[in-house]
Ligand binder design. Sequence first.
Ligand SMILES: NC(=O)c1ccc[n+]([C@@H]2O[C@H](COP(=O)([O-])OP(=O)(O)OC[C@H]3O[C@@H](n4cnc5c(N)ncnc54)[C@H](O)[C@@H]3O)[C@@H](O)[C@H]2O)c1
Length: 337
Amino acid sequence: MSVLRVNHGAGGYDIVIRRGALGQAGTLLQLDRQVLVVSDDGVPEQYLRTFAACCGRAETVLLPRGEKHKTLQSVELLLRRMLEKGFTRGDCVAAVGGGMIGDLAGFAAASYMRGIDFYNIPTTLLSQVDSSIGGKTGVNLDGVKNIVGAFYRPKAVLIDPDVLCTLPPRLRAEGMAEAVKMAVTSDAALLRDIERGDPYDNIEDLLYRALSIKKAVVEQDETEQGLRRLLNFGHTLGHGIEAVSAGTLYHGECVALGMLPMCAPEVRARLIPLLTRLGLPTRWEGDGEAVLRAAAHDKKRTRDGIAAVLVDEAGKGYVQTLTADQLRARMKEVWNI
Ligand SMILES: NC(=O)c1ccc[n+]([C@@H]2O[C@H](COP(=O)([O-])OP(=O)(O)OC[C@H]3O[C@@H](n4cnc5c(N)ncnc54)[C@H](O)[C@@H]3O)[C@@H](O)[C@H]2O)c1
C-alpha cells in the first residue's frame, strides 16, 4: 500500500493506493455513518456493492452515465436525497466512479450544509491519475464545461488499481495520456520508464509517481495562479480539437494530439511512437483554423495571446504566451495544416 499526503493550509488529506482497497474501505475510511454513495450506470455494479457493504448506512444514487448528466439538476437530485434521508453535518458523500461522478458528487458535498465530508474513490485511470486530487469540483452549464463549481478538498482519496481491469481500451488509453502529460512536463525518469515497457505492469508505481507530480503542483498552487498551469500541457489545442471533433475523439485523445505541437522536435520524436503504442492518436487532419478559433475561447487566454505550456526538454515544461500565428505555425510544423 502507498499513501501520499496532500498538505494544505487547513491540514491535509491522504491518497491511499492499494490493490483491493475497495473491499477494505471500511477500515481505510470513516464509513460508520450515513454515506451517500454516488455512481453512474456505466460503473460495474460489483464495485458499488463491494463499497456499499463497507458503509454503516449506505444510500446509493445511480446517475445515468455521460458528461451530459454532469449538471446542476444531478447535483440537486443528490442534495434532495440527502435532505430526505436526514443527512447531518456528521454524514458524508462518497463518489465511486470516474471524473464525472467525482466532480459532481464533490460539488454536492461542498454545497450540502455548506460542506460535509467527501470521499473520492476514482474508478477510471483518468480519475485515478489526475482528477481525483486537487480539489476541483463542479458541473457544466448550458454546454460550458465545469463553469459552475468550487474548490473543495476530499477527506481522503481511495485508489484501487484492480478496478481498472474492466475499463475499455480507449478509456485506458486516455488516462495514460494524462500520465504521459505529467511525465513530459515534470519527470523525465517517469517518461523513460513509461517508454520502456507496459505501464500496466506496474500500475501502482505509475499512479504513485504521477500523483506525486500533481500533489507537488497543487500543494504549491491549488487555485491555478501559476505552477498548476503546467497540468494544462496539451490542453490549449486539445480543447480546440475536442470542440471541433464534436464527440468523435475522447478528451485524453485530444490532449495527446494537443501535446505534439507544444514540444521541441526531439521530444516530439519520442512522444509519437509512445502515444501510438499506448493506443492514442498522433495525426490530425481537421480544420486547423477552427481549432484555433475554439482555442481562443480558452480560459487561459490573455490580452496578448494564450498561455500555453511548452516542453523543449523532457521533464521541463514551462508556460509561455503564444499568439494565434505562433500556434498556427506549430500546428503546421507537425501536421502540415
Ligand atoms: N476535477 C479535476 O481536476 C478534473 C480533471 C480532469 C478531468 N475532470 C473531469 O473528469 C471527467 C472525465 O472523467 P472520466 O474520463 O473518468 O469520465 P467518466 O467519469 O465519464 O467515466 C467514463 C466512463 O467509464 C465508466 N467507468 C467508470 N469506471 C469504470 C470501470 N472501472 N470499468 C468500466 N467502466 C467504468 C463510467 O461509467 C463512464 O461511462 C470530466 O467531467 C472532466 O471534466 C476533472
